[in-house]
Ligand binder design. Structure first.
Ligand code: ZN
Ligand code: FE
Length: 255
């Protein structure tokens, strides 16, 4: 099975994505950060939009739903937990549901915390996950609506995906996340190597996204509250993983 994925720069630091199944000809648009660059890319590729798959209700994710639906006649699928805030939604989905793109199945994961109903789309046959603002390269979403405990549960679901899973997040926040990660996990050699690579990519104006679950598990401090060196650095040797996560998230909020 094969999928074609187009990554589209939108706004100042958002990524939009088109996911195309060449077998069926179906195409899904992950969130709607901006209208023109998404419609332009559809036209360049000669693809007809079948679906919008929304991750959460924030304006830079669902704000252009109606314009894109009007232009393409697509069907909008989005999070059941915040369906009332998703413009033009046709089908509401949540943990345990699946959505189809041709013969490709995307499993819906509830990854609430950044917003209460936030969902991710995981396509196991092609090792791809579209995670919105739940998990970022070396970071995670700010906890706006949910609790720290809910966010930690959500991140554990994503961390449990296979190491080779490609993670398509919705923002290019990696350089800032890297600067913070270095303050939490300063002796992690793999993190240091990655920070050097990120600096080179950004200096060349190249994206650092997608990332992979295995790489995040090894270097993203928000997935590593169980790590002995991080716990020692924070002087939280006997705290729960959830409490260590909450401390790291709180430090990032004021970094
Ligand atoms: Zn958001
Ligand atoms: Fe966002």
């Amino acid at each position: 099975m094969r999928l074609e994925i187009e990554q589209i720069n939108c706004l100042s630091d958002n990524y939009g994505y088109l996911v195309h199944d060449p077998e069926s000809g179906e195409t899904a648009c992950m969130d709607t950060p901006e209208t023109a660059p998404i419609l332009d890319r559809l036209q360049q590729k000669g693809w007809q939009l079948s679906y919008i798959w929304n991750t959460h209700h924030h304006f830079d994710h669902a704000g252009n739903n109606l314009e894109i639906k009007q232009a393409t006649g697509c069907t909008i699928i989005g999070p059941a937990g915040e369906a009332d805030k998703i413009p033009g939604i046709d089908r509401a989905v949540d943990q345990g549901d699946s959505v189809q793109l041709g013969a490709h199945e995307a499993q819906v994961l509830n990854v609430g915390g950044h917003t209460l109903g936030h969902i991710a789309y995981y396509l196991p046959a092609t090792d791809n996950a579209f995670v919105g603002d739940a998990l970022f390269a070396l970071g995670c979403g700010r906890v706006f609506e949910g609790t720290m405990g809910q966010m930690w549960d959500s991140l554990q679901k994503l961390a449990a995906l296979p190491d080779a899973t490609q993670v398509f997040c919705a923002h290019e926040y990696t350089a800032a996340n890297a600067a913070f990660a270095a303050t939490i996990d300063p002796d992690n050699q793999q993190l240091k190597d990655r920070i050097a690579e990120i600096g080179a990519l950004r200096a060349a104006n190249q994206p650092t996204v997608p990332t992979q679950i295995g790489l995040e598990r090894a270097t993203n401090p928000f997935l590593r509250p169980a790590d002995a060196a991080i716990r020692a650095h924070l002087d939280m040797q006997s705290a729960s993983d959830a409490d260590v996560f909450a401390e790291i998230r709180a430090r990032k909020d004021t970094f």
